[in-house]
Structure formats: C-alpha cells, structure tokens
Design a protein around this ligand. Sequence first.
Ligand code: PGA
Length: 250
Amino acid sequence: MSVRKLAAGNWKMNGDLAALEQLDAMVEAAEDASCAVLICPPAVLIHPMVARVAAGDLHVGGQDCHAAASGAHTGDIAAAQLRDAGATHVILGHSERRADHGETDATVRAKAEAALAAGLTAIVCLGETEAERDAGRTLDVIAGQLDGSLPAGATAANTVIAYEPVWAIGTGRTPTDDQIAEVHALLRTRLSERLPDGASVSLLYGGSVKPSNAAQIFAIAHVNGALVGGASLKAEDFVPIIRALDAAQG
Ligand code: PGA
C-alpha cells in the first residue's frame, strides 16, 4: 500500500515577513518533487505565506489550535480560523507545547478532533524524554501517547503521526537507525490494528533532521517523511531535505 511522503517544516517562533523570501526555492523544489511539502510558520505568517505560494505546491499549516470551535479563549486560535487563513495542516502535541503549556494526551486528542472537524490534517507528535529512554520505557511511552492522542475519526487522509524523541529536538543528536526503526514499526503495527487504513498513515521522524542525515533517515522502514525544525528555516537546508525525500524509495 502506498503511503504519502511529507516533508514538513516547523518554523516554531522564528521568521518574519522578510523570511518569506525563503519560500521561492522551496516552492520550486516542491513542484519538482513527488512528495508533499509543508511549512508551519508562526500563525501571523500563515496568511501572507499562503498568498505568496498561491500558485505553488507548497502547503501551509499551523503549529497549534484550540479544541473549541470559537469563544472566550484569549490568545488562542480555532482550527476553523487556521483553515480560513489558508492552512491545510496543523501540528498538535509538539513536545514544546506539551512541556511549555502542560498539554496532555487528552488535550492533544481534543485539539486533533477539532482540527479534523475543521477539515485540517492533524500532525500528532509523540516522543520520549531521555530519562524515559534510559529507563527502557520508550515503546511503552510511545504506545501510550499514540493511544491517548489519536483523534476519533482518524484516517490516513486526515492524520499524520510524527515521532520526535524529545532529546533529539534542536540538539544535533539523532537516534540510531535501529532506534527509529523500532518506534516506527511499533507505530505502524498499532495504527494498523486500530484503523482500517492504518497501514497508509504517514509516519514522520523529527529531531535534528538536516541535509547530511536526511537520506539515511528516509531509508529506514516506515519513515515516510520528516518534521524539520531548524533546517526548515532556510531554503539552502530545506530544499536538499525535500530532494532526499523525493529520491527515497517507498
Ligand atoms: P529540530 O526540531 O529539527 O530543530 O530538531 C524538530 C521539531 O521540533 O519539530
């Protein structure tokens, strides 16, 4: 069964209007590639980014949304508002949000369900801490996060799972190929058990992906793309990652 490949960039709290010039080369690479390409900028840049890439193949997404459809939630953004601004995807349950904003699996699931209701693709992030890995608990932690965060109504068309070990994010450290393979195999098995089309859900790896390690990571079984932080900010870094994913088998 074919699985959609996705190169996703998470700009986090970086970038401004001037940074949108980085998009031109990314759009060109996306047009040439068979994989999907997505950038999730800070919310204020979603609409200008959508306007800039209107004719291109590059998708634009949010980094979070609220679980409620609308209402008195100062500073928050509803999924339908992201959609209205032109977003097609939203990252949910990133470890920085789990840590900085106390998001639990239940919060992430509620947000993901709101995203699906608004017609967005939910990118649900999971990952163990270094202490959890050292304690030999990685697979238990990942299975628990998947079971707790997966939205009702999830399908391969509306949900993407990103495995991002917390200790690999922004650190320059990456897991071994075997460590990534082990977690992705678990995700594939569990999704196949839970969803009729679980075998086709795109599984991303995230955490210190860069041009020099992308091809090796994309060669690992059940890795269908990447969620890229720092290396998605500049075209000179992200374009080679898009090309590596395009060239990868699978
Ligand atoms: P990084 O971030 O690529 O800068 O490690 C990945 C992420 O947090 O999604």
